[in-house]
Write a protein that binds this ligand. Structure first.
Ligand SMILES: Nc1ncnc2c1ncn2[C@@H]1O[C@H](COP(=O)(O)OP(=O)(O)O)[C@@H](O)[C@H]1O
Ligand SMILES: [Mg+2]
Length: 249
């Protein structure tokens, strides 16, 4: 086990061709330590989701990625199953990816089956417990759940393969403030109980301030400021960060 779970260097993604070619991600360097929450914050279009997609290998990117001390290919297709399972992903609307004809039990059993008995979790019930949901929800369908419950199921599904790193891309952005707080508490619990590392992506600095150990600020595909959370929140040096702070008050 290495201390640094993820190390990315020079990550670059361009969209469009010719005159219209634009860098959505411009030589981004990123380190995430085991058990820490790194928040990436930035305005809409700053490249946060592109960063997430490039880390899980879902977009064509230049640069290099080391996962748990091992160099992995930038494209997911040529990563081994074991390498792919080191990163779990939670989206703003995780439920969009759920099969609407599947009840929660089947949604959770699918990744569990994939892993066989090698994972830390053995049953859908156990996974539900990890995210604070009762076993009674196993028979429910996604559309019968509240927004918060659906995000918890999304987190449970991401946890099914026992990832070392969870990437949450705007995972609480669609939720009411009180539900946001519950999900943020859940993520912090998981960080401490399972030693999970979390890359927490959000446009909202006030949300990020609840959960981040370190903060990286993105603008125009670049990280313009980064450091310990209290440092970035209290003594932001970049004008752009200060504007994000003002907007989140
Ligand atoms: N599939 C795509 N094709 C073309 N441009 C894209 C695509 N995805 C994102 N972009 C552009 O890349 C930039 C970064 O987008 P994104 O990573 O989604 O930002 P964020 O998640 O911070 O809002 C934006 O200018 C966006 O328009
Ligand atoms: Mg985004």
């Amino acid at each position: 086990m290495t201390r640094t779970i993820l190390r990315a260097a020079g990550l670059t993604v361009s969209y469009g061709v010719g005159q219209r070619k634009r860098r959505a991600l411009d030589a981004v360097d990123l380190d995430i330590e085991r058990g820490e929450v790194l928040a990436v914050v930035g305005g809409s279009g700053s490249g946060k989701s592109t960063l997430a997609r490039s880390l899980i290998g879902m977009t064509v990117a230049g640069g290099s990625i080391e996962l748990d001390g091992e160099t992995v290919t930038v494209s997911a297709a040529s990563r081994t199953l074991q390498q792919r399972q080191k990163i779990g992903m939670v989206f703003q609307s995780s439920s969009v990816a759920f099969n609407p004809r599947h009840a929660v039990e089947a949604i959770l059993n699918e990744p569990l089956r994939l892993l066989g008995s090698r994972g830390a979790f053995t049953s859908a019930t156990e996974l539900l417990g990890m995210v604070g949901l009762p076993p009674a929800l196993l028979r429910r369908y996604p559309w019968e759940l509240s927004g918060g419950q659906r995000q918890r199921v999304g987190i449970a599904r991401a946890l099914a393969v026992s990832p070392d790193l969870l990437i949450c891309d705007e995972a609480v952005s669609a939720l009411d403030v009180s539900v946001q707080a519950q999900i943020l508490n859940l993520l912090t619990d998981l960080q401490h109980q399972v030693g999970l590392s979390i890359l927490f992506i959000s446009h909202d600095l006030s949300v990020v301030s609840y959960i981040a150990d370190r903060i990286a600020v993105m603008r125009d595909g670049k990280i313009v400021e980064s450091g310990p959370a209290d440092h970035v929140l209290d003594r932001a040096t970049h004008e752009y960060t200060r504007r994000l702070l003002d907007a989140s008050l």
